[in-house]
Ligand binder design. Structure first.
Ligand SMILES: [Zn+2]
Length: 146
């Protein structure tokens, strides 16, 4: 699992540019990703980086919550600590979304995000049903409903 990640899979011009505009910090679900700057709606926040895996490589992985499917052939293993985007928690009412653009996954602001705001995205139905579930979701809207 801890095989070296090729530098070319980790390097992201966007992440270099934005590394001082975000930080990992304490959140409701352990660590979270927080804005240190304002992000406008539609602005890319971070690229979700990690070792780029083929389907064959993905098949043998049993436990990894940080896999991000880019397309039918490529999946990014975002478990490396160098992938700051992995700190972004799930929310059922998120302020960001994950999108694939030209073979790369990005966290993108869904609305204006202000300094101090926690950056969250919706992990998707499959992940939610398998790992989070309605009864255990710790996001603010779910907690408010309980
Ligand atoms: Zn929730």
């Amino acid at each position: 699992m801890s095989a070296a990640v090729p530098a070319s899979d980790i390097y992201s011009e966007l992440n270099e540019k934005n590394k001082h505009r975000v930080k990992a910090g304490k959140s409701y679900a352990g660590l979270g990703l927080f804005a240190k700057d304002t992000f406008k709606k539609g602005e890319k926040i971070l690229e979700y980086v990690g070792k780029r895996l083929t389907n064959k490589e993905v098949e043998v992985i049993t436990q990894n919550k940080y896999l991000f499917e880019i397309n039918s052939k490529v999946t990014v293993d975002g478990s490396t600590r160098l992938n700051t985007a992995r700190y972004a928690n799930h929310s059922c009412k998120p302020n960001a979304e994950a999108d694939v653009i030209r073979g790369h996954a990005y966290l993108i602001a869904k609305k204006t995000i202000k300094p101090g705001d926690e950056i969250t995205w919706d992990y998707g139905k499959d992940y939610f049903d398998e790992h989070i579930t309605k009864d255990k979701c710790l996001c603010a809207p779910c907690k408010a409903k309980r």
